[in-house]
Every structure is written in C-alpha cells, then in structure tokens.
Design a protein around this ligand. Structure first.
Ligand SMILES: C[S@@+](CC[C@H](N)C(=O)[O-])C[C@H]1O[C@@H](n2cnc3c(N)ncnc32)[C@H](O)[C@@H]1O
Length: 407
C-alpha cells in the first residue's frame, strides 16, 4: 500500500454498515460488543477458518460444532451486497436526568416520564405512598425527611439536570390552617434551598393556586432569582391539558440564566381550546351519568355530571349523607342510586393509567390520589419544557457535567 494512504478507523471486514468507525462513540463498550464479533467472523473467514459454536444434542448435552461465516451470513462477509445493520446507539442519556422531591405515589413522576424525562430517583417520607411508588417504577424512591439537611446530600449525587417536586401544600389551601410561618409551608423554602444547592439547569415546583398570594412564594422566588434562575409562574387548569378535572395548580418553572416568563408562550400556546369532560375522557365506561362529590361546605353543590369536567379530586371521599339537601347548582335531582366515584375511578380522573398498581388502605389511597399531580397535567408541563429546548436548538444530549456545588 502507498505510504500516502490514509487509514481510517474501521473493523476488519465490515465494509458496509450503519456504523461510522471514525466516531469515538462507535468504540464504546456497548457498540463494540455487537460489531466486534461480526468482524471476528469476517476475519476467520479471511483466514479460511470456521466459527466454533456450542449446540445441544438430543440428550441436552453440549456439543461443539463448526459453521463457516459464509453459511452464517448467507453471503461472503466482504461481499458488496452485505450490509451490517447494528442496533442504533443507546439514547438514554438524551432524556433529561430528573429527580422528584415529595414524590408521593408518583403522579408528577409518571407524567414527566411519559413526556420523555428519565427519572433516576424519588424522595418522600410517607411509607404508604412510597410503597405504591415502588410498585410502579423501576428507579429507587428513598424514605427520607427532606427537611433535614443531612438527608439532602444524597440528591446531589444524582447530578440531575432537572429537579421536580410538589412540596406539601396544606398551609396555603383552603382546607389547611393557612399559617404560613409554621409547619409545612416552609417545605416550599426547603425545596428552593435544595434546588439552589444542587443547582440543576431546570426545576419545576407544583403547588395549589393559593400559593400565588403567599409570602412564602415571594421568599422562594427571591432564593431562585439570587441563584440565577429565570422564572415562569403560572396557574394551569388541568381540564385544558388532557385531564377531565377543573383542578387548578400553580407551577413555578425555573431555568438557569433565562429571562423571566421564558416558558409562558409555550405553556399558553398548547392548551386545548375546550375543557375536557369525564365523558370525553372515559366515554360511557362509568355506569353512571351523575355522581356525588363530598363538598367542603354545603354552600357548594355536590352532584356532578359526566358531561362536564370533574371538580378537584381531593383526599377525602364520602358516601352521600342521609341528610344531604339538594343544592340549586346540582347537576340532577337527588336520587337513590346516586353514589360517589370509587377510589379507582378517582385515580382515572387523575389520569393514572389502569395498570397503575394502587395497594393500601382505602383512606391512604384516597389521600395519595388526591395529593397527586394529574399525570397528564405533569406530562403537559414536561412536554412544554422539551419543546422549548428543541426550539432553542439545544441538543438535550448535551448534558453539562456539573460539579456538584454541594456544601
Ligand atoms: C402534594 S404531595 C406530592 C404529590 C406527588 N407529587 C404526586 O404527584 O403524586 C406531597 C408529598 O410530600 C410528602 N412529604 C411531606 N413532608 C415531607 C418531608 N418532610 N420529607 C419528605 N416528604 C415529605 C408527603 O408524604 C406527600 O407525599
């Protein structure tokens, strides 16, 4: 061969294939594992040798046998007509590495997973919800009290590109005491502190809409801003995002070094034009047209129709009280066969799939289902984030190696 010949990286005998051996990814362990044996067979053929393989005889005893590469491939390995189609490159890393804080039974996790995020770990401290989560996901969920700083160290080890989470919301919701200074409201600040310590590119925090008017949100936003996050805050009504429910939830979405409101067009632009009803979502699958949903106060109606979105699924589910008095807004007259939705039906309205495994006591399941972010709402928000990244022309595969800023 002439001295001036340029040698390109290649594997012996693999003349035509879907691998570009000039690229270093082609030489990674997984890629090499499939192409190298093919090349070895071609090499044996070049040397006039046969491949040895092991087969089982009729007594299930292992017997060595021989096979030429031409027989194996059906063509000579260096034939112009032979094309080696190896499996495509593993693109697991192309999805954003995500951890979920205050994960509950996993509504938010499942929605983000369905949108294309890779959840690598979740954290909560309520065992009944953790058990349900474990039954439905292959990544770990850790039973930790996230308010304790010493328990937070494990998060940084995952080097997430995005942290999602729903700090508990009782202190802002009308059901709670609304004492922001005490108790659970401060877990919103805990979330902000964890995010700013771990410093992922993105974060998503979900909460009740009432948080918008709270001092704690102002404090949390200040923490995020002082660490360089651009913020988009928005109350989203689930019934415009593929959920047959008028559940309104506040989302605060942050991305490093962005302008505030950077995601607002993406969120507003993809909402559906009309609210999704229970009938739109489930057809006649429910054997009823009307159902009872126990109200917080009898000033509100309690009877709903499947031809409208369901009211917010809460953590309490009660039968029709004998003393119930018809409300003028009720969707039908009080009737004997009127019933509340079952726990499973309520999980479907929260857009959990039918194969999601819910095991536990009825009251715990009602609580975790009522706590959950509707799966389709979470998926909607996740998709907006991915659309934004794609439109900005960023390769999601470009995972910045962030040295953890822990401590
Ligand atoms: C609103 S729920 C989360 C719902 C969840 N994102 C979902 O979509 O299913 C809040 C969760 O925070 C958990 N939690 C409350 N205090 C906690 C703490 N100190 N450490 C860890 N988890 C906590 C509760 O157990 C509950 O599951």
């Amino acid at each position: 061969m002439a001295k001036s010949a340029i040698f390109k990286p290649s594997l012996f005998g693999l003349r035509h294939s879907n691998r570009d051996f000039t690229q270093k990814e082609t030489w990674g362990k997984n890629q090499f594992n499939s192409s190298f044996p093919a090349s070895l067979c071609a090499y044996l053929d070049g040397k006039g040798l046969k491949n040895v393989y092991l087969k089982l005889d009729e007594n299930l005893k292992i017997q060595p046998a021989e096979l030429s590469t031409k027989e194996l491939y059906g063509l000579a390995p260096d034939s112009d007509n032979l094309f080696y189609a190896f499996e495509s490159q593993f693109r697991g890393e192309s999805k954003m590495i995500t951890i979920d804080l205050f994960a509950g039974c996993g509504g938010l996790s499942l929605g983000f997973q369905k949108a294309g995020f890779t959840i690598v770990a979740a954290f909560d401290n309520w065992i009944p919800a953790i058990d349900v989560y474990r039954n439905n996901f292959s990544h770990p969920i850790f039973n930790v009290d996230l308010s304790r700083e010493s328990n937070q160290e494990i998060l940084a080890q995952y080097n997430p590109e995005i942290i999602v989470g729903s700090p508990p919301c009782q202190d802002f919701s009308s059901a709670g005491k609304r004492n922001e200074g005490l108790g659970r409201g401060s877990l919103t600040l805990t979330f902000a502190e964890i995010v700013t310590r771990v410093s992922p590119q993105w974060f998503v925090m979900e909460n009740v809409d009432r948080i918008e008017k709270s001092k704690i949100l102002i404090q949390a936003k200040q923490i995020f801003k002082s660490h360089g996050y651009g913020l988009t805050g928005k109350v989203i009504n689930s019934c415009y995002c593929g959920v047959p429910q008028t559940r309104k939830r506040y989302f605060l979405i942050g991305k490093m070094k962005e302008e505030d409101d950077f995601l607002i067009d993406e969120i507003n632009g993809n909402l559906s034009s009309k609210p999704l009803t229970v009938f739109d979502y489930m057809g006649k699958e429910l054997d009823i047209e009307y159902y009872y949903r126990h109200p917080r106060s009898y000033q509100r109606r309690a009877i709903f129709s499947i031809y409208e979105p369901s009211p917010t699924i809460r953590g309490v589910n009660r039968p029709v009280p004998k003393t119930y008095r018809q409300h003028p807004g009720d969707a039908c007259h009080l009737q004997e066969k009127l019933r509340p939705l079952t726990t499973s039906e309520r999980s479907y309205i929260q857009t959990f799939p039918k194969d999601f495994i819910f095991a536990g006591t009825k009251s715990n399941l009602e609580q975790m289902i009522g706590n959950a972010v509707p799966v389709n709402l979470a998926r909607y928000v996740g998709q907006c984030i991915l659309n934004y990244e794609l439109k900005k022309g960023k390769k999601i595969t470009d995972r910045q190696l962030q040295l953890s800023k822990w401590l």
